[in-house]
Structures are given as C-alpha cells and as structure tokens.
Design a protein around this ligand. Structure first.
Ligand code: SF4
Length: 436
C-alpha cells in the first residue's frame, strides 16, 4: 500500500516518539516509509492536505500525556471536520500514557487505533501489517473498533528487551537521553510508570549503553543524561536492592569513555531521579567520583509518614532527611520533589509536609513542587484533584521568594480539576465548559 507516516511532534512527547522511530529503524522500516513531522495543528492540517494528493493512506500518530488531552482532542476534532470527505484515507493512531490508560475514551474521540503499553513491537508490526494489507488482529497491544463498531483488544503488548532496541533513531538524527532502565517495582499509587511498563525492572546492558554513548560522541554530543525511574537502581535485579558493583562499573566506564573527549555525565539528575533510601554515602560518592552533575533529584513526595504509607511509597520521612543531608554534605544540591494535595491528606499531614519542606530548605535543599493529578490506570484515578492548602501556599510563596522552590504546582492544580471532571463525566467538552 502506498502510505506515509506523519507524526504530531510535540516537545513533551519526544522521548516516546523517538523510541518508536528507533523501533522502525531496528526493523529496517525507516527507509521504506516516508515520515513527516509536524509541530503544531496548523502545520499538520496544511501537511495532511498536501500529502493526501500523493498517498493512498496517511497514518497520523499522536503520543500524549493526560495533561495534554484537551489539546490533542481539539486537533483530532479539527482533522475529522476538515477532512470529513477524505476521512477514510486517514488512519488516526494514539499511544503513550494517556491512551494506554483511557483506551475507550480515546477511541470515542475518533482515533482509529490505540497502542497500549510499550509500543516498540506493536508499532513496527502495525506498519508491516498495513504495508501487506493484512489483519490487525494479529498485532498485540492494539485496541480498535471493528466494522460493526465492536471493541477489539488484541491483548497485552510484549515487553521489550532494551538491549534489542536502540535508544533513539540515529538515521533520523532524533536523539535523546539513553534509557537505561524500564519498569519500576514500587507501585506508588499516583504514578503511571509501573502500570505502563510493569513492576519488573529491565536494564540496558553496560556494553549497549557504551555503544550508543560512543556513537553520540562521534556526532559531537558532549553531555550525557539517562532515562530511568530510579537512577541508583541500575543493575539491581529487583529494582529495590542496590547493586553497587553494577552502578560503579557503569559510571566508571562511562567516565573513562566520555571524560577524555571533554564530555560530561549527568546521573541521578534531570531527566531522572533517585529514591531517598537509595541515597547512601556509597551512591553519592559514585556520583561525585564519576559524574559531572551538581545536583541530585530526590523523590520525597510528602512530609507525612501516614501519606507516604498510604501512597505505598516504600520509604519514610526519615529517609528523606537522611538523603538530603548526605547529598548536601557531599557538596551536591538536593532538588526534592513534593506532590501537594495527595488523596486523604488531613491538616496534620499538611502541617508535617510544611515543616519538612522548611527544614529541608534550611538545610539548603530546593523544593520541586507538584500538585496531585488523578491519572488513568493508577489506584488514585478516582480520587479528588489536588488542592493547595492556604497554609501550604504561604510556605510555597515564602520559599519561592527565596529561590528555594520551583515547579508547575499552580497549573497542575487547574489541570487536576479538569482531569478529575473528565474521568467523572467521560465528557471532554463538559470539562472544558466547567473549567472556564
Ligand atoms: S513514583 Fe517513582 S518509585 Fe514510585 S512507582 Fe513511580 S517511578 Fe516508581
């Protein structure tokens, strides 16, 4: 079939998009299909208009988070309206965290296919199936409505071995931090990660990581960052027990490869983080010895042991204090993540969180502030949206004024309310109306 792939290419979704492109590259499909990227709605509409002249079918691919659902819904509605007479030539596909958790909702917006969970394998198989005009029911991880409008789900997508897939597409020069670990054994109730990628950790081998670092060095890349839910868990079989030997080997070999070339390694900092109980003298020393970051991002989430327990965080407030103390003692900055308005929070829990934030700030930590949003597939999806308590707001503003707090807590408070309404009513338009 004569078709092309167009991608709605937003910055927020580039890691997932690049992972799919890497899968196409591995399956040697990348040279076979024309691929086009569009960075906004008007460019996409114009592009599709032109491409309709050349191709029998156009796949339009979206990957998105729940926080983007209004924008994506708007693009889908516009596409359907604008190309109503040529709708059959378009194949609208969705994947990523929101579609995976809201399959039927997203199909109702007008998407033709939803890719659930990890899509590296299913996406390549889908492209191959389309090329040979075969039946999609064989492609695992797909959800769609058949000709009789019956809901079809082909079963769970296969979890990949990271070593079998490149971390990005070199051919398309779509580069990003190297994903070194996928999956998380900690089932924090507010988080989608273990629900999408599973609780079993899968690590990319050191040999494989070094191979891609070397390829990036050849392209003149000097700064190396990594994607992992918990950087210090690298090499750990269960993801909970530290494997210091594997961690040191990874960092030492990275250092030996990157340092002579004038490159830098960032480990345990953006875009990844570390869990508080994994911050030990040994792990901090490894960062100091082999990496170049001046900070660690530590996931604290609450200053109340009761709330930490309720969220199934698996660490205590004491772990947070200890982690921050060790980080600062080693001469690194501590950036500490908090989520405000977590479900079941009482005044006492908020007071405890305020105290912990103020203590940490006095110690020299910087607070990264978030507001709780009820996300699909998580045990907290039906919980009330996060609200910023007035006393907490005073502390936020105080720390903000001193440059000791940053984050999207304000916009997330608004989004949380809209997301809550969407999941309560299932109607996107109503949520927009109610939120204005
Ligand atoms: S918040 Fe972090 S530790 Fe908890 S489940 Fe998500 S990725 Fe794992």
């Amino acid at each position: 079939m004569n078709f092309c792939l167009t991608i709605f290419d937003l910055k927020e979704n580039r890691y997932s998009i690049n992972a799919l492109l890497s899968a196409l590259e591995k399956e040697i499909l990348i040279e076979e299909i024309p691929i086009y990227f569009f960075k906004n709605k008007s460019a996409l509409l114009k592009g599709v208009e032109e491409l309709l002249e050349k191709f029998e079918k156009i796949i339009i691919a979206f990957s998105f988070f729940t926080t983007q659902l209004w924008d994506i819904n708007d693009v889908i509605k516009t596409l359907q309206k604008t190309f109503a007479s040529k709708r059959k030539k378009l194949i609208l596909i969705a994947g990523g965290p929101h579609p995976t958790g809201d399959i039927k909702g997203v199909l109702n917006w007008g998407f033709d296919f939803v890719f659930t969970g990890e899509a590296e394998k299913s996406f390549s198989e889908f492209i191959r199936t389309l090329k040979f005009r075969e039946n999609f029911s064989q492609v695992k991880g797909l959800a769609y409505l058949n000709e009789n409008k019956e809901f079809i789900y082909t079963g769970k997508s296969e979890k990949i071995n990271l070593n079998s897939y490149p971390p990005f597409s070199l051919k398309l020069n779509r580069l990003n931090p190297i994903e070194i670990t996928r999956g998380c054994p900690f089932g924090c109730y507010f988080c989608q990660t273990p629900r999408i990628f599973g609780k079993k950790v899968r690590h990319r081998s050191i040999e494989n990581i070094l191979k891609y670092v070397e390829l990036l060095l050849e392209r003149g890349i000097k700064d190396f960052r990594f994607i992992t839910p918990n950087a210090f868990s690298y090499g750990s079989i269960d993801g909970k027990t530290l494997n210091l030997e594997a961690l040191e080997t990874l960092l030492k070999e990275l250092h030996q490869l990157v340092n002579p070339m004038g490159g830098r390694i960032f480990f345990g900092s953006f875009p990844s983080e570390v869990r508080p109980e994994h911050v030990t003298e040994e792990t901090v020393n490894l960062v100091k010895k082999y990496a170049n970051n001046d900070n660690l991002v530590i996931g604290a989430q609450s200053g109340s042991d009761r709330i930490l327990k309720l969220c199934k965080r698996g660490h205590t407030v004491e772990d947070i204090y200890r982690a921050v103390k060790l980080t600062i003692k080693a001469g690194l900055k501590a950036k500490v993540d908090f989520i405000f308005g977590l479900p079941e929070e009482k005044k006492e829990d908020i007071k405890e969180t305020i105290k912990v934030m103020e203590d940490l700030a006095k110690m020299g930590a910087i607070i990264h502030a978030h507001t709780f949003m009820p996300l699909p597939q998580t045990p907290f999806v039906k919980k009330k949206p996060g609200k910023i308590d007035l006393d907490l707001l005073k502390t936020i503003n105080k720390l903000l004024g001193k440059g000791l707090l940053f984050g999207d807590w304000k916009i997330q408070e608004e989004l949380a309310e809209k997301i809550y309404r969407y999941f309560q009513t299932g109607k996107i338009e109503e949520c927009i109306k109610n939120s204005i």
